[in-house]
Design a protein. Structure first.
Length: 613
C-alpha cells in the first residue's frame, strides 16, 4: 500500500525561498550590469562618438544620476542599437544579426507572433533541449522564464537590434504565405474530387462541403492572412477559370492569390455557414457577420455576397474590435483644427458633422469623438448601420430596414430614451436630417456623417434634402471634411520642389498657407521660405513593399461663424461658404495635405491621389 504525504512549507520556509529567489535575481542583475567606467571606455574605443563628447556626457550623466549611454542616445549622438552592441561586447553576450539567419518555420513558431512582437523576442536556433532567442533586452528575466515554461526548453538569450527584430517579424508573414501555398497545393485535388462528383449541390451537400477539412483550412488561413496583412477588406471574386482573392491594404487593392475555380462553391458555402446565411440562395444578395479571434486580435467580419455572371462575389470588411485608443492627434488633427473640434465637443446642443466619401475614415473619427465625450455623467445612444465598433457605456442600436426599422424610426425612439448625446451613423434622407435637427434643437448634442466631397458641401446637400436654412444656422456647430492618405515609412528620401514643380501641384497661396501653419506650430523657423522646404518620396524596403505603411487623415474643419451663418441664410453655395471659411483661417484638405507632406508624414503624390478621389 502506497501512502502519500503532503508536506506544506511553513511561513519561515516560504520566507527563506523568497529570499533566495530575490538574491538569485540580484546576482543575475549584477552579472548583467555594465559599470559606467567600462561603458564610457568602450564607447570611446568604438570611435562612434568623439572622446570629448563622451567625457562631457559622462560628467553630466554623473550629476543627473543617469547612464552615460542613455544620455548619448537621448542627445542623438549614439543609436540605441549601437549602445546594445557595445553592452553586449562588454558583458560577453553574443550579438546576433537575424538578417544573416534563415530561421526554420518550426523554430520561429515556437514563440507565437503576437508574443514575439510585444516582447521583442525571436526564437532562431534550437539544439537538443536548448533554444537560442534573440532579444532587445536580455535583462527581461520575466520573458525568458515565460518562454522556458511555454517551450519546456532551456532558453539562451542573445542580444540583437531593432532592424533584426523587424526582419524576423516579417518572416511570420512569409511563413503564413508558404503555409497557404502548401494548403492550396495539397487540398485542391480533394476539393476537385468533391466538386466533380456533385455537379448540382443541394443545401445539405453544400453544408457538408463547408465543413470539410480542406475548405475549412483554406478559409481559415485566408482570413488569418488578411488579419496579419492588416487588410481592411477581402474580395473573393469568381472569374471564368479561377477565383481571384484581393486584399485592400491602406486603401489600395492588391492581388493576394488565385484559387482554382472548383474551390469557389466550397469557399462561398463556408463563409455563409460562418455568417449564418442561406446556403441555397444564390440569386439574391445576402449580408451577414461573424467574428474570429487570434492571439493578437479579435476581428469582426462584415460579409456582403452578391451574385455575378461567374458566381457569387464575396466582400468582407474587417473591423478590429480591439483597435481602441484612437485620439484626435493620432487621426491627424492638429493646431487650429483640433481646437475647433474640442470647442464644439464642449457644447451641450447642436450638430457635429463628418463629411467625406465611403472609406474615408468618417466612422473612426466619430467614435474617437464619442470616446472623448464618454463620461459617467452623460447618456450616449447611437443608431448605426452597421455597428462597427463596440463601446463601453454606449447604447448602440443596429437599424434593420427589412423589418421597417430605419434611421428615422430608430431616431424617434432614441429621443425618448433620455440621451444627452446622439450619434447617427449617417444622414441619408430628409426625414433623418429633419429629426436630427429637431433633436439638436431640443437639447441634444448630435454627431453624424454625410456623404459630400467637402465640408462646405454639406450645407447645400442638407438643403437639397429639404432642411430649412434657418434651422441649419441654429444647429450646425462644426463640419469636418476628411480623406485618408498613406503614411511614409522610415525609409523615405527627401527632395526639393522648385516653383515650377509647385505650380503643377497647387497654387503658391496654398503652399503659403501650409508654410504658415508649420510656422504657427513652431515646426519650422520663422524665416523659412517655400524654397527651403523639403518634401519626401517613398522608398521600398523589406518592411514596406511600396514605401507606405498605415494611413492618416487630412482634414478641413469648418466652424460656423456669424459671417458663414449669413451666407447660409442667403446664398448657401458651397463656394461662398468655403471662401469665407478660408478667410477665417480654415485649412482646406489640400493645404493640410501639403502641411503633412512637408513634415514627411506623407508624399505629395499621395495627397493629390486622395484629393482627386
Amino acid at each position: 500500500m502506497l501512502i502519500r504525504y503532503q508536506i506544506r512549507p511553513s511561513e519561515s520556509m516560504l520566507c527563506e525561498i523568497r529570499a533566495r529567489a530575490a538574491a538569485m535575481h540580484a546576482i543575475l542583475s549584477s552579472i548583467m550590469h555594465v559599470s559606467e567606467g567600462e561603458l564610457k571606455e568602450f564607447i570611446t574605443d568604438s570611435g562612434l562618438v568623439a572622446k570629448k563628447e563622451v567625457d562631457a556626457a559622462a560628467e553630466e550623466a554623473k550629476k543627473r544620476g543617469q547612464s552615460v549611454g542613455n544620455l548619448l542616445v537621448a542627445r542623438g549622438s549614439l543609436t540605441e542599437d549601437a549602445l546594445r552592441r557595445i553592452q553586449a561586447y562588454v558583458l560577453g553576450i553574443p550579438f546576433v544579426n537575424l538578417k544573416d539567419h534563415r530561421i526554420p518555420v518550426e523554430i520561429l513558431a515556437l514563440i507565437p507572433e503576437p508574443i514575439a512582437r510585444t516582447h521583442n523576442i525571436i526564437a532562431f536556433k534550437k539544439e537538443g533541449n536548448e533554444l537560442e532567442v534573440a532579444m532587445l533586452d536580455v535583462d527581461d528575466l520575466a520573458s525568458i522564464e515565460a518562454m522556458r515554461k511555454k517551450t519546456g526548453l532551456k532558453i539562451l538569450p542573445r542580444l540583437t537590434d531593432t532592424e533584426s527584430i523587424k526582419h524576423a517579424l516579417l518572416e511570420y508573414q512569409k511563413s503564413l504565405k508558404d503555409e497557404f501555398g502548401d494548403i492550396i497545393s495539397t487540398e485542391t485535388e480533394k476539393i476537385r474530387v468533391v466538386a466533380e462528383n456533385d455537379k448540382d449541390l443541394s443545401s445539405d451537400d453544400l453544408k457538408k462541403m463547408a465543413e470539410d477539412l480542406p475548405i475549412v483550412r483554406i478559409v481559415d488561413t485566408l482570413l488569418r492572412h488578411a488579419i496579419v496583412q492588416s487588410a481592411s477588406d477581402v474580395h473573393i471574386e469568381p472569374m471564368e477559370d479561377e477565383v481571384l482573392v484581393r486584399y485592400r491594404i491602406d486603401g489600395i487593392l492588391h492581388d493576394a492569390m488565385t484559387l482554382p475555380k472548383v474551390a469557389a462553391a466550397g469557399i462561398a458555402a463556408r463563409i455563409k455557414v460562418l455568417s449564418n446565411l442561406k446556403l441555397d440562395e444564390k440569386r439574391l444578395p445576402q449580408d451577414g457577420r461573424f467574428k474570429m479571434e487570434t492571439e493578437a486580435d479579435r476581428v469582426s467580419f462584415r460579409v456582403s455576397i452578391l451574385p455575378t455572371f461567374f458566381g457569387e462575389k464575396i466582400v468582407m470588411r474587417l473591423l478590429r474590435e480591439t483597435g481602441e485608443g484612437f485620439t484626435l492627434e493620432v487621426l491627424g488633427l492638429h493646431g487650429e483644427n483640433m481646437e475647433r473640434i474640442h470647442h464644439a465637443l464642449k457644447q451641450t446642443t447642436g450638430i457635429i458633422l463628418i463629411s467625406g466619401p465611403t472609406g474615408s475614415g468618417k466612422t473612426t473619427t466619430l467614435y474617437t469623438m464619442l470616446d472623448i465625450l464618454n463620461k459617467p455623467d452623460v447618456n450616449i445612444s447611437t443608431i448605426e448601420d452597421p455597428i462597427e465598433y463596440q463601446m463601453k457605456r454606449v447604447n448602440q442600436t443596429q437599424v434593420n430596414p427589412q423589418i421597417g426599422f430605419t434611421f428615422a424610426n430608430g431616431l424617434r425612439a432614441l429621443v425618448r430614451q433620455d440621451p444627452n448625446i446622439i450619434m447617427i451613423g449617417e444622414i441619408r434622407d430628409g426625414e433623418t436630417a429633419s429629426l436630427a435637427i429637431n433633436a439638436a434643437l431640443t437639447g441634444h448634442l448630435v454627431l453624424s456623417t454625410i456623404h459630400t466631397n467637402s465640408a462646405a458641401g454639406a450645407i447645400p446637400r442638407l438643403i437639397d434634402m429639404g432642411v430649412e436654412p434657418f434651422l441649419l444656422v441654429s444647429t450646425i456647430r462644426v463640419i469636418v471634411g476628411q480623406r485618408l492618405v498613406r503614411k511614409l515609412c522610415e525609409s523615405k528620401e527627401t527632395y526639393a520642389v522648385d516653383k515650377a514643380m509647385r505650380a503643377k501641384i497647387a497654387s503658391e497661396a496654398e503652399f503659403d498657407v501650409a508654410l504658415k501653419t508649420l510656422r504657427d506650430e513652431k515646426l519650422v523657423k520663422e524665416n523659412t521660405r517655400l524654397d527651403d522646404l523639403s518634401f519626401y518620396r517613398p522608398v521600398a524596403s523589406p518592411e514596406c513593399e511600396e514605401g507606405y505603411k498605415s494611413r492618416i487623415g487630412i482634414h478641413e474643419v469648418l466652424a460656423v461663424s456669424s459671417a458663414i451663418r449669413e451666407i447660409m441664410l442667403h446664398s448657401s453655395t458651397s463656394e461662398a461658404i468655403e471662401a469665407q471659411a478660408k478667410k477665417e483661417g480654415m485649412l482646406t484638405m489640400l493645404e493640410d495635405g501639403l502641411y503633412k507632406a512637408a513634415r514627411g508624414i506623407t508624399s505629395l503624390e499621395e495627397v493629390l491621389r486622395a484629393i482627386s478621389e
